[in-house]
Design a binder for this molecule. Sequence first.
Ligand SMILES: Nc1ncnc2c1ncn2[C@@H]1O[C@H](COP(=O)(O)OP(=O)(O)OP(=O)(O)O)[C@@H](O)[C@H]1O
Ligand SMILES: [Mg+2]
Length: 275
Amino acid sequence: MNKIEASGLTVRYRDGNGVFTALEDVSFVVGNGEFVCIIGSSGCGKSTLLGVLGGLRRPDAGKASIDGKKITGPGPDRSMVFQHYSLFPWMTARNNVAFGIKQVRKNLSRGERLDRAGIFLDRVGLLNFQNKYPGQLSGGMRQRVAIARSLAMDTEILLMDEPFGAVDAKNRTILQELLLKLWEGGEDDVVYPPGESSRSRERKTVVFVTHDIDEAVLMADRIIMMSDSPGKICREISVPFERPRNRAALIQAPEYTRLRSELLALFFNDFGSAI
Ligand SMILES: Nc1ncnc2c1ncn2[C@@H]1O[C@H](COP(=O)(O)OP(=O)(O)OP(=O)(O)O)[C@@H](O)[C@H]1O
Ligand SMILES: [Mg+2]
C-alpha cells in the first residue's frame, strides 16, 4: 500500500524577477515502510518537494497525500530534518529535542520527554553537549541535534533533507548506521530507549534527500533521480541489495559497482545538459 502519493505537483516561486517554476508535474509514490532517496543537482527542487510533503508549502497544481488524505499542513505523522538545521536558539540541545517529542507524544510527562531526549542525544554522540545552546555548538553538532529530534519523535514518516550533509565523515557513518538500524528494526537496545521495542512497530516510511550516490545506494530501496529547470523526475531506480546491508560487503559486489556507475552517468549527463 502507498503511504505517500504525489501527482502532478507543480510549484512556482514569485519574486521581483517574475515567476520561476521549481517543480513541474512531479508524480511518484512511496510505499508504506519504504526508504526512498531523492538525488538531483543543486537547485532542482528537492527541498521544495520535501516542503510540500511536510505540509509547509502548497503546490500551485497537483496534489500530495498521505494514506489517501490530502496534505494540508504539518502533522504528527511526520518529522523533518531540514537542510539548514532549525533549532530554537533559546533552548538547550536537550530542550530542543524534548520540544519536538512534545509535538507528537502528548502522553509523555515532561520528565519522560527529557529522558528520551537525553537517550537520543546520546545515540548521536552529543550527551556531553545536551545543556549547550545551539549558538555554542558547531554546524555539524547542530545538525546532529536536529537528527536526534527527528528520530526521538518516532513518527511514521521521516522527511530528511541532506541530513548528514554538514556532518563529518566519522559521524556520518555512525548516523547512517543508526538510521538504518532504526528503520530496519534491529537491535532494540541500540536504537530505542530501555523498555521500548521496535518489534511490534511498522517500518517507517523515509524520504531522504542526498547528493551522495554511495549514501543513496547504502540506504535506499529505491532512488528517485530529478532533473532541473524545471525540476522533474527523470528516473526511478530500484536498489536490489538485501538487508541488513553491510557497507564493506556492498562495495565489493560487482552489482554495486554497476549500479553506482549507472547512477553517476545519469547524474552527470543531466548536470552536463544543464550547462
Ligand atoms: N523562496 C524562493 N523564492 C524564489 N525562488 C526559490 C525560492 N526557494 C527556492 N527557489 C528556487 O527554486 C529552485 C529549487 O530550490 P530548492 O531549494 O528546492 O532546490 P534543491 O534541489 O533543494 O537544491 P540544493 O541541492 O542546493 O539544496 C531553485 O532554483 C531556487 O533558486
Ligand atoms: Mg535543498
